[in-house]
Design a protein around this ligand. Structure first.
Ligand code: UT7
Length: 349
C-alpha cells in the first residue's frame, strides 16, 4: 500500500535564453556561467504567461499521462515562490483554469524543497482519506525578478539597449540572475494496493538562515512597497551564494544517509538520485560524497537552469519518459533551498 505517481509532465517558458544572451544586459559570459554552475541555457516566459499558467500546462500533461480528467482530481497542492499574486495563491487559480470544481487547494512555499515538502503533504492527505487523487504542482516564473527593464533585449525582439547605468545595476545581481529559469512540473498522485510507492519523506528547516536567501521586501514594511524600495532593488532576491553552496553540499548527502538508515536501506539500494537542480557543481559534490556512479544520478540543469519548485518534477518526468526508472527501482529525491528548508524522499517504483 503506498502513494504512487500515476502521471507526470512539465513545461518551460516560451523563450530559450542562452548564456550569451544575458551578456546583452549585464557583464557576464558563457564561460563563467558554465564553469561555475553548469548552466548552458534557461527558459523565460513571454509577457503575460504566469506561474499558474505553467502549472496548468504541466498539470494537463500529467493528467493526460495518468488518463484522468478534471472530475477525477479532488485536491491541489501548489508549490511556488513566485505566485501570480501576493494572494490568493496559485492553487486556486489552477483549480479555476482547469475547471476542477470546488475542490480544496493548498499553496506551500518551501522554495527549492517545495516539491519534497509537497510529497509529504500529499501523502498525508491521501492516507487520511482527505483526497483520493491529488495534483502536486511545482512551478515558477523567475524572470519577473530579473532587474532589467526590457526582456526583449535578452530575447532579441527589441531594438533597445541598456545604458551604462542599467548595465551596472543588472551586473550587481549577476551572481543570481544567471541561475534561474521559468518552468512548471506536475504529478498526479494516488494510493495503490500494490507494495510500492512513496516509502518515506524526511524534512528539516533552519530559519536562522532565512536571510541568506530571501526577497527583502514584504508586509514587514508600511507601506509594503515604495518607489525607494524598488530603486534599492529590494524586490530582487538577495543571496549569499557561498553559504547556500556550503549548506547544500553538506546537508543533502547527510539527509540522504538519514532517510536511508531510517528505512533500513543503504546508498547501494538507490537506483536513481534526483537532486534539486541549483548548481551542477553542488550536485557533483553530493554525488561524490555519496559515492554514486553517473549511471545512478540524473541532472538537467544545463538545459533549464534552476527552476526552484519545478526542478525535481521536471527531472523525474524526463527520467520516467526516457525509461530511466523501472519497476522495483528505488528513486531518491533530495533538495535544499531558501528557508533554509531541506529534505529527501524515497519512492519505490
Ligand atoms: O536553489 C538554491 C539557490 N541558490 C544556490 O543554490 C546558489 C548556490 N551558490 C552558487 O551556486 C554559487 O555560489 C554561485 C554560482 C552563485 C557563485 O559562484 P561562486 O563560485 O561562489 O562565485 P562568487 O560569488 O564567489 O564570485 C566569484 C567572482 C566574483 O568576482 P571577483 O570578486 O572575484 O572579481 C563575482 O563578482 O565571479 C563574479 N561573478 C560573475 N562573473 C561573471 C559573479 N557572478 C558572475 C556572473 N558572471 N554571472
Amino acid at each position: 500500500m503506498g502513494t504512487i505517481v500515476r502521471g507526470s509532465g512539465f513545461v518551460v517558458g516560451e523563450h530559450t535564453v542562452k548564456n550569451e544572451q544575458l551578456a546583452r544586459v549585464m557583464d557576464t559570459s558563457d564561460d563563467w556561467i558554465r564553469e561555475r554552475s553548469g548552466i548552458e541555457q534557461r527558459y523565460y516566459v513571454k509577457d503575460g504567461t504566469t506561474t499558474s499558467d505553467l502549472g496548468v500546462r504541466a498539470a494537463r500533461l500529467a493528467m493526460e499521462q495518468a488518463g484522468v480528467g478534471a472530475g477525477d482530481i479532488d485536491y491541489v497542492v501548489f508549490a511556488t515562490m513566485t505566485p501570480d499574486y501576493q494572494f490568493p495563491g496559485c492553487g486556486v487559480l489552477l483549480q479555476s483554469k482547469l475547471g476542477l470544481g470546488n475542490i480544496p487547494t493548498l499553496d506551500i512555499r518551501q522554495q527549492c524543497t517545495g516539491f519534497i515538502y509537497g510529497l509529504q503533504v500529499a501523502d498525508a492527505l491521501l492516507r487520511a482519506g482527505a483526497a483520493k487523487r491529488l495534483l502536486l504542482v511545482g512551478a515558477e516564473v523567475h524572470s519577473g525578478y530579473m532587474p532589467w527593464k526590457d526582456h526583449g533585449i535578452v530575447f532579441g525582439t527589441s531594438d533597445a539597449t541598456v545604458t551604462d547605468e542599467e548595465r551596472a545595476f543588472n551586473t550587481k545581481y549577476r551572481d543570481r540572475t544567471v541561475l534561474f529559469g521559468d518552468a512548471g512540473g506536475a504529478v498526479v498522485l494516488e494510493r495503490t494496493d500494490e507494495d510500492r510507492g512513496l516509502l518515506a519523506v524526511k524534512l528539516h528547516s533552519d530559519g536562522s538562515y532565512a536571510e541568506k536567501l530571501y526577497v527583502p521586501s514584504g508586509f514587514a514594511w508600511r507601506p509594503y512597497v515604495t518607489e525607494a524600495m524598488v530603486r534599492e532593488g529590494r524586490h530582487i532576491p538577495e543571496m549569499d551564494g557561498r553559504q547556500v553552496f556550503r549548506m547544500a553540499v553538506t546537508k543533502m548527502p547527510e539527509i540522504v544517509h538519514e532517510i536511508l538508515a531510517a528505512n533500513g536501506l543503504s546508498i547501494d539500494d538507490v537506483s536513481l538520485l534526483i537532486a534539486h537542480q541549483a548548481n551542477l557543481r553542488i550536485n557533483e559534490s553530493v554525488q561524490k560524497t555519496l559515492g554514486l556512479p553517473d549511471s545512478r544520478v540524473y541532472n538537467n540543469i544545463q538545459k533549464y537552469g534552476n527552476t526552484t519548485a519545478a526542478t525535481i518534477p521536471i527531472a523525474y518526468d524526463e527520467c520516467r519518459r526516457a525509461g530511466r526508472v523501472k519497476p522495483g527501482d528505488l528513486v531518491c529525491f533530495v533538495g535544499l533551498g531558501a528557508g533554509f528548508h531541506w529534505g529527501a524522499a524515497l519512492l519505490r517504483e
